[in-house]
Write a protein that binds this ligand. Sequence first.
Ligand SMILES: Cc1ncc(COP(=O)(O)O)c(C=O)c1O
Length: 412
Amino acid sequence: MDHFHYKKNELYAEEVALKDIADVYGTPTFVYSKATLKRHAKAYINSFKKMNGLVCFSVKALSNISILKILENSGCGFDIVSGGELHRALLAGANPKKIIFSGVGKSKAEMASGIENNILSFNVESEQELKRLGEVAKEMKKTAPVAIRFNPNVDAGVHEFTKTGRKSDKFGVSIESTKDLVKRCLKNDSIKLVGLTCHIGSQIMELKGFEDAAKQALELLIELDKLNISLDFVDMGGGLGVNYVGEETVQPFELIQIYEEIFSDRNERLILEPGRSISANAGIMLTRVEYKKNNFLIADAAMNDLLRPALYQAHHDVWPIIKNEQISNVNLVGPICETGDFLAKNLDIGACEGDLLAVKTVGAYGFVMSSNYNSRPRAAEVIVDKDNFYLIRKREDYADLTFLEEGLDDQV
Ligand SMILES: Cc1ncc(COP(=O)(O)O)c(C=O)c1O
């Protein structure tokens, strides 16, 4: 459930008319609802009934530091995949002991920075990475905490690009290699084995894949018992799908219930890394129609602002800010010089030149994937809190586009 709704014929975020935000900050602008973010974080946190749980919001989904502060205050830790995301999480005041570092390609500098900041765990995805992490920790005369990411060979998720748990994917290691890496951890004084982890994909609409992966995790834990190895946590990743076009979704409590049943005899903590299911429905993108040309609405937002439609052929609902009865079938496109630059196809809405629209469900993998393609400054970001709204990222201007290039061209 989100907090975007019509009052009479006008669209509001919580108690704020979206038109007021466009008047103050212009368009395109990403607008997030604080109440929705908190509600979704709590939907996870309050669902742990039997296991000691930790919810690490996946920063890649939405990384604005004001948003991270809200989630931190709601009790979340963070799942990060880069030194940049570590920087953001720490700036937001995150407790390092609630930070998990995932990702297949961690650099030495990223490892050193995670060790220096005493993060909870590096989720290690290969033998090569484990070796490197041990070397970096040894050089620093420290111990690196490690969870091994196993690949359960589960095919789950909607889009080919967001499936991560199959044997053929680049993520994690096989069950056999997991056992081997566990042994390597035990032999390495610079490594402390603290957990087992996996993440099978994103936008997953059924429980089955999660269940299969958890059963495999349980088998692995039982094998580790036999070797007298006890772990702090089992981390089942993220991946729960959200409602983009009226789909039925699995609720966090249903997922956690299944995990608690499967792990009912275990003492490890249960960590989850949700991203999309916490932030997607908490955000909309405000855009204004520049032109209406045949059945095209040409907006002031484009694929550089919201890449998902062009990248994944993803569908986002689009709602007019002021309802208009003159419905027609249109495609909402941007001004970028690519036929793939569209925001939504086949919409039945009433809108004409100058009208404001809200592209829905863009709070995850929305702003974070934006770019300056076609030398377009990135959009502003605004948060709504009841009847207040405030800027959490300024709109870029032309100087922002070029300042890293200026003053360097003496040789040209
Ligand atoms: C390791 C890991 N954890 C968590 C997530 C978050 O997934 P989602 O946003 O689908 O919950 C991802 C996303 O790709 C991921 O790669």
